[in-house]
Design a protein around this ligand. Sequence first.
Ligand code: PEP
Ligand code: MG
Length: 918
Amino acid sequence: MTARKKPAARRAARAGGTSARRRVFFFGDGRADGRAEMREVLGGKGANLAEMTRLGVPVPPGFTISTEVCAEFNRAGRRLPAAVKKDALAALARVERVMGMRFGDAERPLLVSVRSGARASMPGMMDSVLNLGLNDRTVVGLAKLADERFAYDSYRRFVQMFGDVVLEIPHKLFEQRLEALKDVRGADLDTELTASDLRGLVRDYLEIVEEQTGTPFPQDPAEQLWAAVAAVFRSWENERAVRYRRIHGIPALWGTAVNVQAMVFGNMGDECATGVAFTRDPSTGDRHFYGEYLKNAQGEDVVAGIRTPQPINKVSRKEDSARLPTLEEEMPRAYRELVRIYKRLEKHYRDMQDIEFTIQNGKLWMLQTRTGKRTTHAAVKIAVDMAREGLITREEAVRRVAPESLDQLLHPMLDPEAPRQVVAKGLPASPGAAVGRIVFSADDAEARAKAGEKVVLVRIETSPDDIHGMHAAEGILTARGGMTSHAAVVARGMGKCCVAGCGTLRIDYAKGEMQVNGHAFKAGDTITLDGSRGEVLAGAVPTVTPELGGAFSELMRWADRLRRVRVRTNADTPHDAKIAREFGAEGIGLCRTEHMFFEPNRILAVREMILASDGAARERALAKLLPMQRGDFAGIFRAMAGLPVTIRLLDPPLHEFLPHGEEEIREVVQALGTDAAVVRAKLEEVKEFNPMLGHRGCRLGITYPEIYRMQVRAIFEAACEVAESGVKVQPEIMLPLIAHVGELQRLRALIEAEIAEARKAHPQPRVKVTIGTMIEVPRAALTAAEISRYADFFSFGTNDLTQTAYALSRDDAGKFLPEYMEQGILADDPFVSIDEEGIGKLMRIATLSGRTTRPGLKVGICGEHGGDAKSIRFCAGLGFDYVSCSPFRVPVARLAAAQAEIELAGERRATRRGKRRS
Ligand code: PEP
Ligand code: MG
């Protein structure tokens, strides 16, 4: 009798704790040493095989050698520890008993599969060996049990697989022999070969092995087994797997488990089949059982695509399988059992499952269950449906959808089924897809779009001058620039697809050509962009626009109830503000006023202001701009009725507004009646060596206070005008690039004085203006305690903060930063996800010290990171009041903020529990 375990020991056992020394885990006949929660030890596949066995699902018996052995194996010079072999043999004996067959037996030979199975799914990256245990003797026994053709077909598949995976003999040597035999026999398909053909083929294959290795093919099944187990452990280190791990951030330390399992056969005759199914439709999320199968086939035949698989039921019928009979019709008993099992599995795992099954002589066996991959559309629908069915909570439903994946729902995507010829890769700067004819200038883009053509704007880099072309284009492609370059930021704001920093592009504007990786394109040629993957494709690839259904809105409602952090948007026009509001924005976190200055009808007045020779001339030019700005702001206040609107005063260096090229200079000279020499002299005067660190941001307000005064007046008057029409307004004025408290102190006084002055003409008590600052320079973050004395709010400009604290140009990083990710120096692009150890530290210091001086200081973020799920989690942890992002990211941010809150609440609960215990 065994002593009853103490509760702690039982808990540890459940978590696999006492199993630390156990390295081989048996499963079969309703009993299993492992369970679903033991993924770390058993890998995903092993854990699920154990769990299915416990549930009473028919699973071929087997055993899992744990992931720990993988590390031991590699440490011990790629040798299997003797104790592991001993335990494996004991487990194998149990498998033999369950199956009533013996490994290596000449009469009733047990065959096994040897498969990898890591903690995280790594599809197709590692190796497997099937039909192991066959040799010249056992094949005869198998032939008697089944039939001769089947037995020799299995043997030749085994020798080939073992030869390839274990003995590392080039696959093609076997394939060539098979093809030669088919030629001689005039056979198109393998299935046309006879038993004696296959017997001859096996002999050939055995010869190939001997020729290539210098030793005969191992006939001892135990020797085969240890060699195959070793090969699977070795495959954890193969190039494919290492690359996959690097891309998906899977630690090398984890290792793979090895699953050794009794073979069952779907290819033994017409009462046999093999198939895959999903417990719900993986592309629509609809609640119906969906899958396909092949009669008289092995699993690999389903994937090989030689025969058209049959639908398992009517709803799974596709165009090419419409006439084929279903499993439900052909094998109703097995189908009914499959239905019973899939329902059980889905209920147990409380998620959509992807299952693999085999039917051997009418008996159903389950080979695998795992969480099924799905489209975002399906993910949202399944999560909402399952919560409604009571299978999961609403909180779980919210957690189940990856925020980033929502992008797929909000933009057109390339048809996943369509062939794609990728000619170059850049940064996935703004998601979605675009198909159009190449244009190399913003003016061409506008002109051709007006004529009804779809165009893709291709530029070395974009500047504010290109806005109209970007607007007109379907998508934007640049050779230079990172994730926060002008092209990237503006395209995201417009919800347009953009591939930026595609360094291999060679653009010749003069010739109207571009070269890329050996392909040449001319203006007018059609290309396709995949902004979600950063790919450039030749020709037109069809796109699909997913629909936003009721499930999406429902999930968003649940997310909104769970989150604490508010979500605002970065928008500069009433149009963008309106879109963002439809997506659920709760205000504007950043209105960049400079974008308004580039409108064709006002750029001249801006240039006049900059070229002005004295204060009076500047005031005259500003007087022209005032009513235009007032109109802009009024439109935005109306679009955001009742919600806060943060307007940032002018930020970019003045030279950005000045004419470029002779033609533009001529235009300015003519319009303003000045001299070309004056314009050129001014151009020279404002030229800077390092404009991003030069005369920009609040420095403009310090040196040209009249510009900021005009903007403040326009904001206040617009607010009064809108408030008078009965709409609630909440203007917030924000200063850019503050680095020293003195700058803020002075500019705050200037703003307050201007408002006081303006109030005399508009005594509108309902308009209250708050004044805050961006924190986008390290010095501002470090001196936030002083700065907050003059700020009603902080908004982190993490684009510039990353640029300035990292000394990393946001417009040039695209050239070399991808290499940093490839070499593993950085896990993420710091312009996409906040660099928590560096930039994040500055943000923490600034938030804490700002709130020490001014408790309750409102804190938000308006850099591009405000739409990145990981960064939102970080900001929520720092106690931010809001995040602000481009309109199309608003739903992503709402979901990410809800998930952040759920995670934080979990952490708080764990801390409380920890405190109670200590
Ligand atoms: C920033 O720097 O993060 C920011 C929001 O401002 P801009 O991108 O306009 O420089
Ligand atoms: Mg900035």
